[in-house]
Design a protein around this ligand. Structure first.
Ligand code: PRP
Length: 206
C-alpha cells in the first residue's frame, strides 16, 4: 500500500484527477463528507487530505510515502524529501509586486510583505537589497494598499488579484508548479511501486 498526501483545495482536486487517470482511482474520495483518509486496496493506494503547507511534513516524516506539493512550499520550507517529477499542474509564478508606478528608493530599507519569508529573503539577498520582512498569512495584496509594506512577494496565477487592486508584477522570481515528492526511506523500501507510480504520473503531465 502506498500512502499519498494530497493538498486540500483546488490543487488537490487536480492532483487526485491525475492520480486517477494514472490508474490510482479511489472512488470513495469523491463522496461529499468530512473523512480525511480513503483507500482502494485493489490499486494499492491510500490517500490523505492535508493542508497544502503540511504535505512536505507528512512526507518527510514518513506518515505519507509520497505527496503532491507546490514548488513554492518546497522552496519555502525545504522539507527533506525527494522531488521526483514536475507534474505540470498548479502553474503560477512567484513575483515581487507593488503599485504600478513603484520606485525603489535604495536609501531606505524596503518593506516586503509575504507568506514566503525565506523565498523573499533569498531573492533580495541575491540582489544585495536590504529588506524588512512583514510575515502575513494571506490577503497579501492588502499590505501595500494600506501602507503596511512597499511591495509584496507572492504567487501570481492569472494576475486578476493584482489588477483588481491596482497593483502589478514588478519582478518574476521563479516559476512554480506542483511536484510529486517522496519520503527517502519509502523510496528504498517501496522502490518499485513508487517508481511505477512516478512513471505513470510523469506520462500524464498536465
Ligand atoms: C493566492 C495569492 C494571490 C492569488 C493570486 O491567494 O496569494 O492572492 O492567489 O492568484 P491570481 O493571480 O489568479 O489572482 P490565495 O487564493 O491562495 O489566498 P490567500 O489570500 O489566502 O493567500
Amino acid at each position: 500500500m502506498i500512502n499519498v498526501a494530497l493538498p486540500k483545495g483546488r490543487l488537490g482536486e487536480k492532483a487526485y484527477a491525475m492520480m486517477a487517470e494514472a490508474g490510482y482511482e479511489c472512488p470513495s474520495i469523491l463522496e461529499k463528507n468530512r473523512k480525511l483518509t480513503f483507500e482502494n486496496p485493489e490499486k494499492g493506494v491510500r490517500y490523505f487530505w492535508v493542508k497544502p503547507w503540511d504535505v512536505g511534513v507528512y512526507v518527510e516524516h514518513g506518515a505519507a510515502d509520497v505527496g503532491i506539493c507546490g514548488k513554492d512550499i518546497l522552496l519555502e520550507n525545504t522539507p527533506d524529501v525527494y522531488e521526483l517529477t514536475d507534474l505540470g499542474i498548479g502553474k503560477c509564478r512567484m513575483c515581487v509586486a507593488g503599485p504600478k508606478d513603484f520606485f525603489d528608493d535604495g536609501r531606505r530599507t524596503l518593506r516586503v510583505a509575504t507568506k514566503f519569508p525565506n523565498i523573499a529573503s533569498g531573492y533580495y539577498e541575491s540582489v544585495g537589497r536590504d529588506i524588512e520582512i512583514i510575515k502575513l498569512n494571506g490577503s497579501i495584496e492588502l499590505a501595500p494598499i494600506l501602507g503596511l509594506s512597499d511591495v509584496i512577494v507572492d504567487i501570481v496565477e492569472t494576475g486578476n488579484t493584482l489588477r483588481e487592486n491596482h497593483l502589478a508584477p514588478l519582478v518574476d522570481i521563479v516559476n512554480i508548479s506542483a511536484r510529486f515528492v517522496c519520503n527517502k526511506i519509502s523510496y528504498q523500501f517501496k522502490y518499485e511501486e513508487i517508481l511505477r507510480m512516478n512513471a505513470l504520473l510523469a506520462g500524464k503531465e498536465g
